[in-house]
Design a binder for this molecule. Structure first.
Ligand code: SF4
Length: 207
């Protein structure tokens, strides 16, 4: 039986690069980058919903668009996530998939882990490297300028990259109707500070 994916949260949102997409934040990350905005997703035993690859695939197809996988560390659950991507593509081959990772692409591609390679083969766009607070950036899709964006499949039209907005904060509505902040803030905006300021103004969002 295929292992389930530990999903911290998921919602339908507008990815700056892929357009309408299902966002999946997986639970568990082996790193502890100072300033990580996704602290709730770090503990491998933390709050999560087990979802089968087929369930994640069905939700992606319902989104009518792409799939964005973040976390947490997606490659800590590479096998079942690769299966979910495979199931999506079996139904809709042109679905675009973007994945974040704290690993470097070179570490993932060394070929010692079959599950890493399987997931890499499904991904169109990979944003790699850990978040480094001292290097926060306004670069689209990345939180710090050490992170790199790889177009692994050639399926994303190059024009989409050129049209990316510099906006780094989105308000997302989860599938169970909660509001959530998404993004990395950018060089001039710390996301933790933004959440605190909203809270002081009486607006509670899920970080
Ligand atoms: S790799 Fe990402 S999720 Fe993991 S600690 Fe660093 S910023 Fe947070």
């Amino acid at each position: 039986m295929m292992t389930k994916i530990r999903v911290h949260d998921h919602w339908f949102g507008e990815c700056p690069l892929l357009g309408p997409s299902l966002y999946v934040w997986v639970q568990g990350c082996p790193r502890r980058c100072p300033g990580c905005f996704n602290e709730e997703t770090l503990d491998f035993g933390g709050p999560s919903t087990p979802m089968s690859p087929a369930e994640v695939a069905a939700l992606t197809l319902r989104s009518g668009g792409g799939l964005v996988i973040s976390g947490g560390e997606p490659f800590s659950q590479a096998g079942p996530l690769a299966e979910a991507c495979h199931l999506v593509r079996a139904e809709r081959p042109d679905t675009l998939i973007l994945t974040y990772t704290g690993f470097l692409l070179e570490q993932l591609a060394r070929g010692r882990r079959a599950d890493y390679i399987r997931l890499l083969k499904e991904i169109d766009v990979l944003v790699d490297g850990p978040f480094v607070r001292e290097r926060t950036t306004n670069f689209p899709l990345a939180g710090s300028d050490n992170q790199r964006v790889f177009f692994l499949s050639g399926r994303v039209p190059p024009g989409r990259w050129a049209q990316l907005s510099r906006s780094h904060v989105q308000i997302a509505i989860t599938t169970d109707k909660r509001m959530r902040l998404v993004g990395s803030g950018g060089a001039g905006l710390d996301m933790h500070t933004l959440v605190e300021r909203l809270s002081m103004a009486g607006i509670e969002l899920q970080a």
